[in-house]
Write a protein that binds this ligand. Structure first.
Ligand code: CTP
Length: 400
């Protein structure tokens, strides 16, 4: 599966560094050529010579190694970055994660990350409390926004003798993720090849105060399925998603939003995309006033004043450029086709995918769906798993 693939394995200074030796062997057994870069701290856990002899290649640690002053050594991080098909950092300490999130290049590993032109797979590994620390969680969000792949650590017995989330996943798990990333990197030749497709998914949250919000039960499943289906047709996909508990699809750039206003800002940034699919369940209303502090019930009013949010799809329809295709969703309980069709014309969009909440196999949380795809001149009905429905809809629209 990995025959001919060139992989940089970055090892950082944590107790799990010894497990990177097994990972190196497993990658080689799967056919990959592996080069290792270690942070100076990692060399305290495993000897450089172990990785050098197994990889049969010099191990890079410092950008300015003592005694080596050749033009090749000055640009080694650049040539390695160009060489790799994939860069794995396993284990990745909180310290290296922070450096990667903020663009530091103070050793060979972090410099090669900046120079890399390939996908990155980061395996955060640390004590449970360090993993849960707000700064670590924020840094994980940042690197996921960059489009880096993150393999979540496993729960279990940690070196600190505490139980928690922070263990490096088994070699097999990292290997499977590696194969996944590298196989999905294959260039697809489809009707959306070369096209930029933006998909929005999941619910919004409109906060009343830090502990209360208005939202809806959208799971994000349909939007995620649309993103995967667009990817399969060859598109360069950006998925904008609200708070959902779904695994992020491979080879798709992702950005998070919480409120309708945040989503509107993101959509404006991507408003030039060739295709925009609005599957997000955007709140139509937001509290007129948002409190910074928790509102105490004794002082709270029993009435909540609301104001309308921006209709993002209608804004796109108003600002459309030649050749753009906009696809919306309509969730209705009554007069499905009539109401959905009106929304399509009113919002000046090309296609609307109408869902009826009264269909037994459809709805926010379900894995299946029945939809009516309404266009200018035709209406088609599709049923099946949300994945299958997403594929059928996009194949129909783009005549795949
Ligand atoms: N939508 C949007 N911005 C909003 C509300 C909805 O872009 N503020 C988009 C949704 O993502 C969806 C489509 O508009 O693609 C239709 O959403 P829906 O909630 O069904 O319709 P509304 O326009 O909100 O109308 P109503 O709630 O009155 O049915």
């Amino acid at each position: 599966m990995l025959a001919g693939k060139q992989i940089i394995l970055g090892v950082t200074g944590g107790i799990a560094a010894y497990k990177a030796v097994y990972l190196l062997r497993a990658l080689q057994e799967a056919g990959a050529e592996v080069r290792v870069t270690m942070t100076p701290a990692a060399t305290r856990f495993v000897g450089i010579d172990t990785f050098a002899s197994l990889s049969q290649h010099e191990v890079a640690v410092e950008v300015f190694p003592d005694g080596q002053h050749t033009p090749e050594s000055w640009t080694q991080h650049i040539t390695w970055g160009e060489w790799a098909d994939l860069f794995i950092i396993a284990p990745c300490t909180a310290n290296t994660l922070a450096k990667v999130a903020h663009g530091f290049s103070d050793n060979m590993l972090t410099s090669a990350v900046l120079a890399a032109r390939c996908p990155l797979l980061i395996c955060p590994t640390m004590d449970g409390e360090m993993y849960n620390a707000p700064s670590t969680q924020k840094n994980l969000e940042i690197i996921q926004d960059f489009g880096y792949h993150v393999l979540e650590p496993e729960e279990g017995y940690l070196a600190s003798r505490l139980e928690g989330k922070g263990r490096l996943p088994e070699t097999e798990v990292i290997l499977n993720k590696t194969k996944n990333i590298l196989s999905s990197k294959k260039k697809v030749d489809g009707p959306l090849t070369g096209k930029k497709v933006v998909v929005t998914a999941g619910p919004t949250r409109e906060h009343i105060d830090p502990v209360r919000f208005i939202s809806n039960p959208s799971s994000g499943k349909m939007g995620f399925a649309m993103a995967e289906a667009a990817k399969k047709l060859g598109a360069d996909v950006t998925l904008l998603h609200g708070p959902v508990s779904l695994s992020l699809p491979d080879e798709v750039s992702t950005q998070k939003f919480k409120s309708a206003a945040e989503l509107f800002d993101l959509v404006k940034q991507h408003a030039n995309a060739d295709v925009i699919i609005m599957a997000a369940a955007v709140s139509d209303f937001t509290p007129a006033e948002q409190h910074d502090h928790k509102v105490k019930k004794d002082s709270a009013s029993t009435k909540l004043e609301l104001q309308q949010t921006q209709d993002i799809l209608a804004w796109l329809g108003e600002h459309r450029k030649n050749g753009q295709i906009f696809i919306g969703f309509a969730m209705e309980t009554d007069n499905l086709l009539e109401n959905a069709s009106k929304k399509r014309t009113k919002k000046n969009i090309d296609w609307i995918i109408a869902n009826s909440l009264s269909d037994a196999d459809a709805g926010f949380e379900a894995d299946t769906n029945t939809v009516h795809l309404i266009g200018d001149t035709s209406t088609e009905k599709f049923s099946g798993s949300k994945r299958a429905v997403a594929q059928k809809v996009l194949q129909y629209i783009f005549k795949a």
